[in-house]
Ligand binder design. Sequence first.
Ligand SMILES: NC(=O)c1ccc[n+]([C@@H]2O[C@H](COP(=O)([O-])OP(=O)(O)OC[C@H]3O[C@@H](n4cnc5c(N)ncnc54)[C@H](OP(=O)(O)O)[C@@H]3O)[C@@H](O)[C@H]2O)c1
Length: 356
Amino acid sequence: VELVSAGIVGASGMLGGELLRVLSVHPVLRSECIVAGARAGESIVAVHPHLRDVLHGSFERHDASAIAERCRVAFVALPAEEAATTVPALLDAGVEVVFDLSPAYRLKDAELHDRWYPDARRDPDLAAAAVYGLPELNRKAIAEARLVAMPGCSATAALLALGVLTKLDVPLDAVVIDAKSGSSGSGGALRTSALHSLRGGGVAPYAMTSHRHVPEIRQACGEFGLHPAGAEVRLGMSVFSVDLVRGLSAAVYVLSDGAPRSEDVRRGLHRRYRAEPFIRVQPAQGTTTPLPDPKAVIGSNFCDIGGGVDADGGRIVVVAALDNVAKGGATQAVQACNAWLGIAETTGLLSTPIWP
Ligand SMILES: NC(=O)c1ccc[n+]([C@@H]2O[C@H](COP(=O)([O-])OP(=O)(O)OC[C@H]3O[C@@H](n4cnc5c(N)ncnc54)[C@H](OP(=O)(O)O)[C@@H]3O)[C@@H](O)[C@H]2O)c1
């Protein structure tokens, strides 16, 4: 097999550390340029102790042309403000494809982008050309892209749950997403609200009436036909910080007058995802297979999904659970890169989650 060299920009962050871990066992991709910001020059294992004896040396300083010289592909795991300018610099320097894990190039609508990410001043032509990086919805386009804008973690879970709607012919009234997110979801920067003493044991609504992933979810619902064509669907999300390190659970409530039966939802999920190696659909409630819980997917690229119908409440309920650092971030970017390389999407990604 011909090895493909990758640059990891933002390698000292949460997603950067996970990218380094996954690439250390990937048979085709290898981490060639391991780049940090303020922590450039520091030892890699001092920041990522889990990589001891796996990787050696120090983080490099960012240099787009050095990366382009040594790497075909680049993963950018920076804050949106930095990614907005780093991504075009890497492409201009000659990197063949960039997987941007930040939100800088996700939204097509410039006004919406400026409203949610006012400090991320991006290249408008690249924003128009960027391809949304959810492989289960968009793998063909990913395979031909130069810039792949990877989805947010709660957007990934919500959109995979909403995928069932393509298999159910129901009129939609409204979609309500209720997400619970672990602390690694907000990255490695020090903040008072992230202190263990303040966050541990709590369930804090941190984005109660909206969230920056909502416009991205709406955009993808339209682009990938997750609700009936042309339908103006009301859709909103609330997100809570819960006492997990990794893990994200999104409960999606679809309010509909024409609620189908639980069996239809279950069958719809099976039909939608039966060929997807990373989506594990739960059988009917009451079987011995447990319903989706992030605890059962930690450290893996799996997303577990289960659903049913609350006939009295007029709700279709679908729950998706994933590891925000993995399927919600780093391993999903590797899955997209596998698709781009034209190798099996599962390459290097089939490790079993940890338990308990
Ligand atoms: N955490 C998640 O679950 C998750 C999931 C999906 C997407 N994302 C997105 O992915 C991106 C990275 O997230 P993260 O959680 O890994 O964040 P993080 O832990 O805060 O890491 C940020 C990285 O960016 C680098 N950086 C920050 N400012 C920089 C600058 N001015 N110049 C160069 N490098 C700079 C940091 O390097 P130094 O520390 O060395 O300065 C660090 O390596 C974000 O855009 C986030 O929204 C995160």
